[in-house]
Design a protein around this ligand. Sequence first.
Ligand code: GLU
Length: 299
Amino acid sequence: MEPSLLDQLPRAPVTRFAPSPTGELHLGHVANAVWTWGVARAAGGTVLFRIEDHDRGRSRPQHEAQILADLAWLGLEPDGESRSLLTPGGPSPWRQSDCDADYRRAISDLRRATTVYGCSCSRARIARDTDMGQQAPGQEIRYPGSCRERGLPLGAPGVGTRAVLPDDAVAFADLRLGTQLQRPAHQSGDLMLRDAVGNWTYQFAVTVDDLRHGVTLVVRGEDLLESTGRQILLGQLLGREAPATFLHHPLIMGDSGAKLSKRDGAVSLRSLRQGGATPTQVLREAAERTQFPVELGWF
Ligand code: GLU
């Protein structure tokens, strides 16, 4: 008999809910919250809360405020120090835009472990330098390393930052999907840490944060599965002793057959609530549409 998810859960894991305030929360985010709180509570663990506003151009304080209101309405409470984010005002170690010093320190650490270099390639340039004929449609473009030897100054205007990843295969066990084997250096090539306009990238910021926040279990949607190997490698380069455990849950699909998104007409939590839905109805629908295991007993 297959071991149940409950049997496989690490004891007292530290997990996190980490939305990006680039829009309003919708049912897809609720599904992630259900899995995160559901798994943490079933395993006697904690849920940390983090605002992932690394993309300064797309993040808005009013979306952060709405996320706080939505969580309160759903009755979902984060734990520990991260609760301080619930009280608005002032910089916080739980909001990425306030943590520049942590990311700069991590870049220094990384430079002791691998080559970190400046990159001025545009998307068009990368597409030109890559043999696009070899790419399957939708396949990630592997950065061909065009700027590796150019010696561009880190942090100069129009210059992004990349790190060379070791050409190692990474194996990890996803608690739902089983053993995964990835080879990040072949998927993405040298990893972007900071873009040319100065935003820390998702891959870099999330790896630094999961390490400094002591996260031991990452619960997130299947759309991020391909990111996991590179985050494990980056974490190792940053001195992480043991990688987190991962659980990638099913996504709620929209009518177009793709992941539910605003473009797909996803209805915001705010409007569901204004339309008369109760928190329990919304949580249940998100749980059912992503096959949240009843054995975890959260509902
Ligand atoms: N900030 C990401 C999002 O809102 C979550 C990333 C993660 O869980 O690793 O999709």
